[in-house]
Design a binder for this molecule. Structure first.
Ligand code: MRU
Length: 342
């Protein structure tokens, strides 16, 4: 069993690795309905844009199962309500919407029980995501010189995708090619994806990692200890503006100031050509409790309130390269992003 599988279809239902419990506990949760799947996405049992997309695709299979059992050939009407619940589970990661649209595109041609065909498509989405990550791993690592030192933020690894990872896929490939001498990971407050998930994933693959408080990244760059910042994305606008975990924008500004290169790694399913610019990307705000404490423990002064936007937008002009499975875009512009579709 691969410990690094965020989502898997097993025994005819969906299983999600509960990322809220990692790295202390490694527990899979069974999901039998689309509504429970949507709640698991909202509650961060599974997180990371491509992993959310894969999970939503399997959620549609579960929705189709109950819709056909209850409504027979009228399953199409019934499934829409559950797809709306899935679509609303988290607002920023476009992969969720992308996966739902892709499955809905099959509905017109399906007759009888749709479950088997939708499952086939969900598995294809899953497999394609892993293949895209492996391709991007090599495309991204090609930018690294020997003895490269990288910094990553949040978790854009196997746990955040179908497998292998986007930013961590590039770091995995660069490490396998013996080009990387040092990996730093921001701990990524408030949810600590870096400390809990990225560090765990890298160590699982025997890739040494050094954690730092998010606020230490500036000093690391000032001391000349970083060559590349490598991150994933939740949504890339048509002009190349990049939404990713809160703190990514400040890293990009710092990188520009210190002459550090900035790479974004994301499959085409993360590029939202219907959103012209980053300012139009919906940014999720999560509960204040995530900032006021660490998991169940309240830390902040009693009575303090908190602001918790969990993504930010990095303008395209701060990005050196966007790596997709269809090719790389250096110094992204709207025109270069559009050319990826050719
Ligand atoms: O809130 P999360 O943990 O879902 O945020 C995840 C990120 O911001 C990742 O960097 C992004 O989804 C890219 S994952 C390949």
């Amino acid at each position: 069993m691969d410990k690094l599988q965020a989502a898997r279809w097993q025994d005819n239902h969906l299983q999600l690795l509960d990322q809220r419990l990692l790295p202390q506990q490694h527990t899979y949760i069974d999901l039998e309905t689309a509504t429970d799947t949507a709640r698991a996405i909202t509650d961060m049992v599974v997180r990371g844009a491509p992993a959310i997309g894969v999970t939503a695709a399997y959620g549609v299979v579960l929705a189709a199962r109950s819709a056909y059992a209850e409504a027979g050939d009228n399953w199409r009407e019934q499934i829409q309500a559950e797809m709306k619940i899935l679509a609303a589970a988290r607002p920023t990661a476009i992969n969720l919407h992308w996966a739902l649209v892709r499955l809905e595109g099959l509905f017109a041609d399906l007759s009888g029980n749709p479950e088997a065909k939708l499952l086939e498509e969900a598995k294809a989405i899953h497999a394609e995501d892993i293949a895209a990550n492996q391709t991007m791993g090599n495309l991204g690592a090609a930018f690294f010189a020997d003895n490269t030192r990288v910094l990553t933020h949040c978790n854009a690894g196997a746990l955040a995708t179908g497998g292998y990872g986007t930013a961590l896929g590039v770091i995995r490939s660069g490490h396998a090619q013996a080009k990387i001498t040092q990996v730093y990971a921001d701990e990524t407050r408030p949810w600590l994806q870096g400390a809990r998930l990225t560090a765990w994933e890298l160590l699982y693959d025997n890739i040494p990692v050094t954690l730092l408080a998010d606020s230490a990244a500036a000093t690391l760059m000032q001391q000349g200890k970083i060559d590349w910042i490598v991150v994933g994305s939740d949504r890339i606008a048509a002009n190349g503006d990049v939404a990713n975990k809160i703190g990514t924008y400040s890293l990009a500004v710092l990188a520009k100031h210190h002459g550090v290169k900035f790479m974004v790694v994301a499959p085409l399913s993360t590029v939202d050509y219907d959103t012209p610019e980053g300012a139009q990307i919906p940014i999720e705000t999560r509960p204040e409790s995530e900032v006021l404490g660490v998991f169940e423990q309240h830390i902040a002064a009693e009575g303090a309130s908190a602001w918790n936007p969990v993504f930010d937008v990095t303008p395209a002009e701060l990005v050196d390269v966007i790596v997709t499975e269809k090719g790389v875009v250096e110094n992204p512009t709207r025109e270069k992003m559009a050319a990826l579709l050719d």
